[in-house]
Design a protein around this ligand. Sequence first.
Ligand SMILES: Nc1nc2c(ncn2[C@@H]2O[C@H](COP(=O)(O)OP(=O)(O)O)[C@@H](O)[C@H]2O)c(=O)[nH]1
Ligand SMILES: [Mg+2]
Length: 488
Amino acid sequence: MPRSLEDTIAAIATAPGPAGLAVVRVSGAQALGAADVVFRASGRAGRAEAVTLTAADSHTLHHGWAVDAHGARLDEVVAAIFRAPRSYTREDVVEFSCHGGGQSARRVLAALLAAGARLAGPGEFTLRAFVLGRLDLAQAEAVADLIHAETAAAADLALAQLAGELSRRIAALAERVTDALATVEAHVDFAEDVGGVEVPQSVREELREVSAALGALIASGAYARAVRGGVPAAIVGRPNAGKSSLFNALLGEARAIVAPVAGTTRDRVSEAIEIAGVRVMLSDTAGLREIGDAGHAVEGAAGAWAGDAIEAVGMQRAVAALQGAALVLWVVDASSPLAAEDRAVAARVAALPRARVVVALNKADLPARVAAEDVMALVPGARAQAVSALSGAGVEALRGAIAHALGGGDAGDAPALAGAVADPRHAEALARARDAVQRASAAAAQALPGEIVALELREALAAIGEVTGTHIGEDLLDRIFNRFCIGK
Ligand SMILES: Nc1nc2c(ncn2[C@@H]2O[C@H](COP(=O)(O)OP(=O)(O)O)[C@@H](O)[C@H]2O)c(=O)[nH]1
Ligand SMILES: [Mg+2]
């Protein structure tokens, strides 16, 4: 990404297509000059000279025409002036509000490029806001999160991060590490004169507290991470348990085919639903059961695509969905006793290292032949909910159980999202910081030389700096800002 701050950059900031407005933005030392070349103010009665944007005050609006190099009109526009440093980027910025649709903004942009601006890269306006110190990195990343937010909760989360909630928490922890480091370094200097002295008890205690605080911050972000990134979820169970029926009930529409014959669902059908502010990507899958050697037929001649072979492929996809799922909805037909096939599914589900599991005891409209305890014993830690996909009874409660499994709690007591660590990149960097503080703490406890403690603390600060942006490489910065749209 070219990112010389010398350049004046321009881009269309709005999505293409028919719309009320489109905005073209230009930022940099020559922003006002380039905008002036493109802009002709509409005439005003009793006023001889036209308004020039280079002379305009900050935070003023100017109606007029965008023109090309020959003075031909390109669009009717309103120019908004933001002078440095009171702008999105902290540079001089002009925003042209054009008519929406494909042509107007593109023509205005072309005129700005002809007037000396260069096309901005993805996120380059926000990158400038970061480089020029208006936002720290976590705040700048929140801009991309906000743009990509697919649920209201995800937008709230991003807004809180943009407002600096997370940055403040992290800065407070970084300050404590910095203070501890200063004390240790002073101690090292002092110890050179008087001989080896241990790191003071107060610092050791402080380090233990800071590492616990970092751990708590990371742990408290599990729900926020689900809200930010969405959650892949798989509906699994033996054939005819009612998986497709339940999938449709959760979706509120008849999306998957439901039939009394086993093996109806062969392909994986996926739809997004929202539960507790989390975008859940729900996949209905083929029922899991043993079908002999059918799987091998798939590899044979084309003529060997028997029904069982297709079902076998469906099952392979079901297993893949299961393995990729962060949330598993295991559907049990509670109107018939647990079968070997149910136990086989349970074994697969229980073997998943990290997935959260909800058991739907389906067909609750019929007499129960399965005890919840027997099912729970097969998948420890899961939640179970009786439900009837047919009548709809219990579907809301099932959504509640899923919300709980996602960490969303009950409607009233959902965990606070503001200031939570929602970005896995942040969580990973903070985990490294916590590990380094723990090593520093252990070194201090073992009365190792202060230099070693100081070394670990510097590493912790560097890891924290990857979140706030004080310690960040060009490569990582490129990767982060490439996630943005052009014009943001
Ligand atoms: N009585 C009753 N039947 C159900 C219920 N859910 C599904 N079924 C029936 O069970 C059969 C299999 O359902 P389906 O959703 O295709 O199961 P899948 O193979 O697990 O996807 C169909 O005849 C459904 O109508 C339920 O809650 N109660
Ligand atoms: Mg099905």
